[in-house]
Design a protein around this ligand. Structure first.
Ligand code: HEC
Length: 107
């Protein structure tokens, strides 16, 4: 039975409250400012995908790029045509954000 006593005492010691205060939590880096569709994403699309996916363009009816909903639906498929890493990162951050008060298509 001596063995059992040693085990119990060892467990008790392991569960004793730590005397050393835990280190303070690392301060999180400040969150990156949210990406705004109209301010941040749209200029990229205008620059690259004019005129076809904008008003008057032949793809505007099917894939209007001035609608945030289109960009959410296409998602990373856009990256087959938008290759710049910085631009991809901006669009990716937009996609990762919860949809805000963006108008839904047709509303
Ligand atoms: C010169 C006109 C034109 C431009 C500029 C253009 N597109 Fe398109 N896009 C089209 C047409 C036409 C289609 C219809 C499908 C096809 O014929 O390839 C299309 C379809 C698409 C599709 C649907 C999936 C597919 O591959 O067919 C995506 C996604 C797309 N375009 C993304 C883009 C992006 C992103 C840009 C800008 C970087 C862009 N397009 C610029 C004409 C254009």
């Amino acid at each position: 039975m001596r063995g059992a006593t040693v085990v119990v005492m060892t467990l008790t010691a392991a569960c004793a409250p730590a005397r050393i205060a835990p280190p303070p939590p690392l301060t999180a880096p400040p969150p990156a400012p949210p990406v705004d569709f109209y301010d941040d994403v749209l200029p990229i699309l205008r620059e690259r995908c004019m005129p076809c996916h904008f008003p008057g363009g032949k793809m505007y009816g099917r894939l209007p790029f001035d609608e945030p909903a289109t960009i959410r639906v296409l998602g990373t498929e856009l990256f087959t045509r938008i290759k710049d890493e910085g631009e991809q990162a901006t669009i990716q951050r937009f996609l990762d954000q919860k949809p805000g008060n963006e108008p839904l298509p047709g509303s």
